[in-house]
Design a protein around this ligand. Structure first.
Ligand SMILES: [Zn+2]
Length: 166
């Protein structure tokens, strides 16, 4: 994996957008059903036909395991097919961000193939994130997030980049 040089820029740009976008947020109590909502969101996205069509690499993969994070924040462990969320990360957009990591990983490390030049929050990840945003929240959300990325100088691959055959 390449150095994750645009991570901070991406974090800043996504927050600038999602903090003002209703579809990306709700504030359920983590302990009163909020966590369950996150798990449900992950399952629905994973089962979505449009998602499977856009990312055929995940079509036969099991739905990622969702855990509570003991530390603050949300976290994806793509190798273990696992996501973790803490209180304060009960936002649909956070689920999209983390799920995009799992999908990006599956695309880069598709069976028998790999490409080592893609960073965790690099241009190719940004392309996956935007595509997933479009499927889940619509074209307008995708365009708004992309505009925020461009404003924050986050590089975006022109399309989702598949693994290269080696
Ligand atoms: Zn991330």
């Amino acid at each position: 994996m390449a150095r994750d040089s645009q991570r901070t820029k991406l974090y800043r740009a996504e927050r600038a957008f999602w903090n003002n976008h209703a579809a990306g947020q709700y504030t359920p109590d983590f302990n009163k059903g909020g966590f369950h909502e996150l798990v449900h969101q992950v399952e629905s996205i994973w089962a979505d036909a449009a998602v499977k069509k856009a990312f055929p690499e995940i079509a036969t993969r099991p739905v990622p395991n969702v855990k509570t994070n003991k530390r603050r924040g949300a976290h994806a462990a793509p190798y273990f097919n696992e996501l973790a969320f803490s209180q304060g990360t009960c936002q649909p957009w956070v689920v999209i961000h983390e799920l995009a990591h799992i999908i990006h990983y599956r695309i880069v490390f598709a069976d028998g193939q790999h490409a080592t030049d893609q960073a965790d929050h690099g241009p190719e990840y940004a392309a996956v994130y935007l595509r997933l945003t479009e499927i889940c929240f619509g074209f307008e959300a995708r365009e708004g997030l992309a505009a925020s990325f461009r404003k924050g100088r986050v590089k975006i691959a022109p399309k989702v980049v598949r693994a290269r055959k080696i």
